[in-house]
Design a protein around this ligand. Structure first.
Ligand code: NCC
Length: 249
């Protein structure tokens, strides 16, 4: 099977992967009492951007002592992930947060205090849940990995003014398919990481996207996250999350 070069693969992703979010008119949501009130009427891509320049800030430990904060903040739009903080780390990661992409585990776990922590209250929120491959929205709705919809409803009622989108699982699996089609051997049906989802999301909103430390640079370290004293090379190389190795390759 012909392998695509990096630039060819990026062009193919842009052409074939559609960044879609849930809207109130979709089945089964249109028939649920809460959804028309709380889900956005429009797609994220019609509400946000276009931006000239964007930064995608991975949570990698190699951002620590990078002094990239000013450069990151000079972008028109900055995307961050999960519980990654800026407070106390401004020199290295900047302070601007335009979009925060969170997985459903963050929304559901008590440790993250998702409903009350101020970490989540600035910028636009975008959430995703690892939906089963080839399930329809109704099947996924009844069997989410973590209780994304319960937490979404709670959060929206507490913060009705903050824009908050949920990625359509079709986006996860279309992106997974691009990775699979570029590999010789079959890979596990696990959705891509937040890092890759966020990068492709920004490619649909921005003219230029700069991605910080998603691919290990000369700063590579065993420190897992820039904000925690936890060391494990597997964080960067992807041993916990097998598709991460593939998406980084
Ligand atoms: O660690 P995580 O990812 O929140 O990191 C966000 C994105 O940054 C990139 N990254 C991170 C660390 C590192 N050393 N190198 C990196 O390139 C990755 O692209 C990553 O996606 C996730 O993808 O959502 C993930 O979430 C965590 C965890 O759920 C949250 O941090 C909340 O605690 C997952 N960790 C575990 O389940 C233990 C992680 O596997 C994937």
């Amino acid at each position: 099977r012909p392998k695509l070069s990096g630039p060819e693969l990026l062009c193919q992703v842009k052409e074939k992967v559609e960044v879609t979010t849930l809207t109130a008119d979709l089945q089964p949501f249109s028939a649920l009492s809460w959804a028309p009130l709380l889900l956005p009427p429009q797609q994220l891509t019609s509400d946000l951007g276009p931006y000239k320049s964007c930064a995608v800030v991975s949570s990698a430990g190699s951002l620590r002592n990078s002094r990239l904060g000013k450069e990151i903040d000079s972008h028109d739009s900055v995307l961050r992930f999960n519980a990654a903080p800026t407070s106390g780390f401004e020199k290295d990661v900047g302070s601007k947060t335009t979009i925060r992409l969170i997985n459903s585990q963050v929304m559901a776990s008590d440790d993250h205090r998702f409903l009350s922590s101020s970490l989540y209250s600035s910028g636009v929120l975008v959430a995703w849940d690892p939906a089963p491959f080839s399930s329809n929205l109704g099947q996924w709705y009844n069997h989410t990995d973590y209780p994304i919809f319960i937490q979404y409803q709670r959060y929206r009622r507490l913060h009705p003014q903050q824009p908050f989108y949920i990625l359509h699982p079709r986006f996860e699996w279309q992106l997974w398919q691009r990775i699979q089609d570029n590999m010789a051997e079959p890979i596990q049906k696990n959705p891509p990481s937040s890092g890759l989802l966020g990068t492709i999301l920004m490619m649909s909103l921005c003219e230029v996207v700069h991605v910080y430390e998603f691919l290990p640079s000369r700063r590579k370290t065993e420190l897992c996250h820039y904000f925690q004293r936890f060391y494990d090379a597997a964080c960067t190389l992807g041993a916990y999350h097998p598709p991460v190795v593939r998406e980084k390759n």
